[in-house]
Ligand binder design. Structure first.
Ligand code: TRP
Length: 327
């Protein structure tokens, strides 16, 4: 039997190249060897967002990007977290075996509490427990995540160990699987690429928008004039060449170091590389966007398949916890 992969991502709408390099590309590859479940975690999103007016649109756009990128609903289960409400029931049960002290020490909790001091809600504290529920509801073995999620995964493993100890062997201890590019910097070269920082390029951008975005990228600060020699090892544009211009990376490195090309030329090459790499993706995305019903069908089918597994696990959990008569 194939091992099960589970990963979740918040519904952030149109995905950017950082999402692609850091997560989506990996999701696509894992489909070959694993039984994969990919979930859009709308309930988790409620812990931090102020307005839910764009939530449905964001779920739709994100699903489009996933499918256009090659996540194949025939191979994998793709669904929206709240469509399988069993997860919230399991979340409640796991909450009973999770010491509060663990949760208050999680670094992401502390950071979010600092960022939204006026909204430190109960759900925010329980965030890692809900994530554990996502993972174990499907008895998942492998969880592809970015570096920032490792503490959450460690918490899932502790919850699993505790549950198994108290109620008997039930869940496998899931392993984290980091991508090859766990951290993709934004165009500012300063922080992680992210929508909220406005330092990103959308996968669905037009070639013109892509070039305009790349032009704003921060390069080697020591290169002020066209004839200054470059230092690719500290240039974020160069690090993106490694992904989008794999065949030409060495050549570009040499040309940058010798000032044979300037930053403007280099950015043009990067935009060309991105546009070339995403050409097929963009064509598939526009085609998929013409048939929204298909997208909703995929999500409905995914929820149905996920729910089947979820209800079995939940029954087992309730039985083990003594909630079922005549078990
Ligand atoms: N916490 C993850 C993030 O913010 C999203 C997530 C929710 C997740 N549930 C998950 C990731 C289960 C992996 C497995 O990116």
């Amino acid at each position: 039997m194939k091992q099960r992969v589970f990963s979740g991502a918040r519904p952030t709408g149109r995905q950017h190249i950082g999402n692609y390099i850091g997560a989506i590309e990996n999701y696509v590859k894992l489909q070959e060897k694993f039984d994969c479940i990919y979930c859009i975690v709308d309930i988790h999103a409620l812990t931090t967002i102020e307005s839910t007016s764009e939530l449905q649109q964001n779920i739709f756009e994100m699903t489009l990007d996933w499918l256009a990128a090659g996540i194949d609903p025939k191979k994998s289960i793709v669904f929206v977290q709240s469509h399988v409400p069993e997860v919230t029931e399991l979340f409640t049960y796991l909450g009973m075996v999770t010491p509060l002290g663990w949760l208050l020490r999680v670094p992401t909790f502390k950071e979010k509490a600092r960022m939204q001091p006026e909204n430190i809600n109960y759900g925010l504290v329980g965030y890692p427990v809900l994530m554990a529920a996502d993972i174990v509801l499907y008895k998942s073995n492998v969880v592809p995540v970015g570096e920032d999620q490792l503490p959450h995964l460690e918490m899932t493993r502790e919850i699993v160990r505790r549950f198994n100890f108290l109620f008997g062997d039930t869940f496998p201890e899931p392993q984290a699987k980091l991508t090859n590019y766990p951290l993709v910097l934004g165009l500012d070269g300063a922080q992680k690429m992210g929508k909220s920082y406005g330092n990103h390029i959308e996968l669905a951008a037009t070639p013109e928008e892509t070039l305009a975005g790349v032009k704003t990228a921060v390069t080697d600060p020591a290169r002020q004039r066209r004839y200054d020699k470059g230092h690719p090892e500290i240039c974020n544009v160069f690090s993106l060449h490694k992904f989008f211009n794999i065949d030409r990376t060495q050549e570009i490195e040499v040309q940058c170091r010798s000032a044979e090309i300037g930053c403007v030329d280099c950015k043009k090459l990067l935009a060309d590389g991105i546009n070339h790499a995403l050409k097929d993706f963009r064509a598939r995305r526009s085609a998929l966007a013409k048939d929204p019903d298909h997208i909703y069908d995929v999500l409905a089918d995914g929820a149905q398949r996920a729910q089947k597994i979820a209800s079995e696990t939940l029954h087992e959990v309730k039985t083990k916890m003594g909630l079922v008569r005549n078990a």
